[in-house]
Design a protein around this ligand. Structure first.
Ligand SMILES: Cc1ncc(COP(=O)(O)O)c(C=O)c1O
Length: 440
């Protein structure tokens, strides 16, 4: 086999180019690379906790992902509600590149002028007075749980540490956030469940009232359950929760890890609902793909969080802050959310007509903004696979729902394209169902 030149992709100002000065690779090396790429060289050394699809991506551009096998996919996952600006957005890339060449990490032992600036921008855009930066959604939630407990302790009520949560919730994979989510399938085998969470059915006000007792510190809820199956209780329920918290001096905590940063068509979902929490967790889209989480709180709610009560080595790291700052630059422009709402309307209208045409495949469209759920009639993994066959990537959720989470910058043409892929998948599934019925 003759030697050949490997194409090396070089990243310049948001565009990929092929550099022709890549090193020569000799045949034996090529052979090894090919074997590794095919996954035959050795068993995976990654902890097998993810049921990964047999597909790998090497680059992305806007709403598109390019697989290592040369195929192009329309991305309606956005890294599970993370890549809100799409892939390789030039503004985000430039911000990360510029910061990387100045300062990648700086500990929280010292002041963070950029961290101060972005915290101020988040507070200006929300109900909050103070922000703690973390690295993930679960960590942002851990901080929210700690603020809630500490609020009561700092007000002389340390016995109030319990938090009311809701069935179907997902708050992360740390031991405390798993206990808050309360899903048995995730808790099983990990020892005693972290104490202090009382779960009630979503939207059940009477059960919520009953769950509040002398040890209750707060109520924790997702404005719109993502993992749980794109489920949203009535706005009146949120208003009632606010009232319950006010009446009993409890904190109302919103987990906006998935809904926050524009996903539902407002910067934060609480703004759409019209009910303001005391504490809010963010992550996912906040860094546009760079890992960062944040816990936002009123000054009053965070009264117990004095020096030494919480911390993180990486939280608020300069690179993450630069990414979040670039995301906010775009999202704080009023036209950004208008566009998300327009895209949402278009997508939901088109999906509703597909549901009408294929009632044997799709039962319902639900959700807000660009957090949309398609309830499947058959098993939802079959639907995800059928979409993937049409080169459209989607995400599963609870209640037999498939989530559509396109990047918030998706164009109308790309929405039309995605919808036509969904229609094609439905036509094929309908035909397969009909055939199975005829045989059966
Ligand atoms: C609502 C919600 N909270 C918390 C989390 C946990 O976030 P992370 O995976 O970044 O820890 C998630 C993740 O899907 C989420 O959807």
């Amino acid at each position: 086999m003759p030697p050949f030149r490997a194409a090396r992709f070089v990243f310049r100002t948001g565009k990929f180019s092929v550099e022709d000065k890549a090193p020569r690779i000799e045949p034996p090396v090529i052979h090894q690379v090919a074997i590794i790429a095919m996954g035959h060289a050795s068993p995976s050394h990654l902890l097998p906790v993810f049921a990964r699809a047999d597909l790998a991506f090497e680059r992305g551009e806007g709403a598109w992902l390019f697989a290592t096998n040369g195929e192009r996919y329309l991305d309606f996952t956005s890294g599970v509600a993370v890549n809100a600006l799409g892939h390789a957005h030039p503004h985000l890339v430039a911000a990360i590149q510029a910061q990387a060449s100045k300062l990648i990490h700086m500990s929280n032992l010292f002041k963070s002028p950029d961290g101060e600036r972005i915290a101020a921008r988040l507070c200006e855009a929300s109900f909050a007075d103070e922000v703690f930066f973390a690295n993930s959604g679960a960590e942002a939630m851990e901080c929210a749980i700690k603020i809630t407990r500490k609020y009561q302790a700092a007000n002389g009520r340390p016995e109030r540490y319990r938090i009311v949560t809701f069935e179907g919730a997902f708050h992360g994979r740390t031991l405390a956030t798993l206990a808050a989510g309360g899903q048995e399938k995730y808790l099983e085998g990990f020892g005693p469940k972290v104490e202090g969470f009382d779960q009630v059915p979503l939207g059940d006000l009477e059960a919520t009232k009953k769950a509040i007792g002398p040890n209750t510190a707060g109520i924790l809820i997702e404005p719109l359950q993502g993992e749980g199956g794109v489920r949203e209780p009535a706005h009146a329920f949120f208003r009632a929760l606010r009232q319950l918290c006010d009446d009993n001096d409890l904190l109302l905590v919103f987990d906006e890890v998935q809904t926050g940063m524009g996903r539902t068509g407002e910067l934060f979902a609480y703004q759409r609902i019209g009910v303001t929490p005391d504490v809010m967790a963010l992550a996912k889209a906040l860094g546009g793909g760079f890992p960062i989480g944040a816990c936002l709180s009123t000054k009053d709610a965070a009264i117990g969080m004095t020096a030494g009560t919480h911390g993180s080595t990486f939280g608020g790291n300069p690179l993450a802050i630069a990414a979040a700052s670039a995301v906010l630059d775009l999202m704080l422009d009023s036209s950004f959310m208008e566009r998300v709402r327009r895209s949402s309307l278009l997508l939901k209208q088109k999906l509703a007509s597909i549901v009408d045409r294929h009632p044997d495949v799709l039962a319902e469209v639900r959700g807000e903004g660009l957090l949309i759920g398609l309830k499947a009639v058959g098993p939802s993994p079959e639907l995800v696979a059928a979409f993937r066959d049409e080169k459209l990537l989607t995400v599963g959720a609870g209640e037999n729902v498939v989530r559509l989470l396109p990047p918030l910058i998706i164009s109308e043409a790309e929405i039309e394209d995605g919808v036509s892929r969904i229609e094609k998948a439905c036509v094929k599934l309908s035909a397969a169902h009909a055939k199975r019925k005829a045989v059966g």
